[in-house]
Unconditional design. Structure first.
Length: 356
């Protein structure tokens, strides 16, 4: 019996893990223990995802979140080390680029437990982003690196990582979108609840510290939204909400702020939006999966393929660039890039490799 400990802690990781865990539970000879670090801890940011995505309740919930990066990562590392000594897994599986990712990988490798990293090889080349540091360090200490794109493979090759460890499997978030999109259509009433019609609203998300913790940048984002001719729906991250109040940011009348939403409601809003604006790596991809143009509220992205293929556009927090981007004259709706993120079977490929 091969024992896998999966470490997750933030809502994008819940989505990714849902796809892989669903396959693992049906493979003979595999036992998975799920550890939730607690990095995202309230109901709207955590528990609703486990319910909607049918992820098994975590075997452990460490309840560690809501502090500075170093403190959070350190506390998670201490707790995970103790847990791994108790569980003695054959490998540790981590996702993405959060503090939970790095803490899980470090705890494992220091105990000589091999690490598998899903969504390996991404690079924004902005080392001021904590996510960039997390993903680089995790890649360099992992034994299995599961990449979503060919560019991710090239990034790892350029850093001298042994190609035998690298497996291009596609993107598990694409798996998830294919699996849950029909369920969202059948179960979500979010469009009716908000009184909005399809293709007649903009969906926006803002959560990265580089935007939320900088008054000038956060204010510029909302000034960029002022001229929109259709409603803007903004499910708000708790940190963003706090910073809006702290900085006394003016919210345009066209912007409707919501509490964080579950995955199915977000899928519905993404699928039927006229345009998406975001600083989220995951939402960038989900816009593409749903054939919706996306303005990225950052100066760089780890998903460069979407810029090259004119599916997404970098606008940063410049007011004029945001307002200009809304006209969509940059968007190529006929771009042939349907296989950028695999064939929708990434989770199956990952599980079968790990089961050997």
């Amino acid at each position: 019996m091969k024992h896998i400990v999966t470490v997750i802690g933030a809502r994008p990781q819940f989505i990714k893990a849902a796809s892989v865990s669903r396959v693992l539970k049906n493979l003979p000879g595999i036992r998975e223990t799920i550890v939730h670090t607690g990095q995202h801890y309230d109901d709207n940011m955590s528990a609703i995802f486990f319910r909607e995505l049918n992820i098994p309740e975590p075997d452990y919930n460490l309840g560690i979140g809501g502090s500075l990066h170093g403190e959070m990562t350190g506390r998670q590392l201490i707790a995970l080390e103790s847990l791994l000594l108790k569980e003695k897994p054959d490998l540790v599986l981590v996702y993405g680029d959060t503090n939970s990712t790095l803490a899980g990988a470090l705890a494992a490798v220091k105990l000589l437990i091999p690490v598998a990293h899903v969504e390996a090889g991404l690079r924004s080349y902005n080392r001021q982003m904590p996510e960039e540091i997390n993903r680089i360090l995790t890649d360099h200490i992992s034994e299995w690196l599961f990449t979503p794109t060919t560019l991710a493979v090239s990034n790892l090759d350029s850093e001298g990582i042994n190609s035998d460890k690298v497996h291009q499997v596609g993107d598990v978030m694409y798996d998830a979108m294919l699996y849950y999109r029909k369920k969202a259509e059948n179960q979500s009433s979010i469009l009716d609840d908000l009184g909005i019609s399809k293709i007649n609203y903009i969906l926006a998300t803002v959560h990265r510290a580089e935007n939320t913790d900088n008054q000038k940048r956060l204010s510029a984002i909302f000034r960029g939204l002022e001229k929109a001719q259709i409603p803007i729906i903004l499910p708000i991250h708790p940190r963003t909400h706090k910073q809006i109040n702290k900085f006394k940011i003016h919210i345009p009348d066209s912007v409707k702020i919501l509490e964080p939403l579950g995955y199915l409601d977000m899928v519905m809003l993404e699928k039927h939006a006229h345009l998406i604006m975001t600083d989220s790596g995951g939402v960038q991809k989900e816009a593409y999966f749903n054939h919706v143009p996306c303005l990225i509220l950052r100066e760089e992205t780890e998903w460069q393929e979407l810029i090259t293929n004119r599916q997404n556009k970098l606008v940063g927090t410049d007011v004029d660039r945001i307002r200009s981007g809304v006209n969509l004259d940059w968007y190529d709706d006929a771009a042939e890039c349907s296989l950028l993120f695999g064939d929708g079977n990434a989770a199956k490929k990952i599980a079968e490799i790990l089961a050997v």
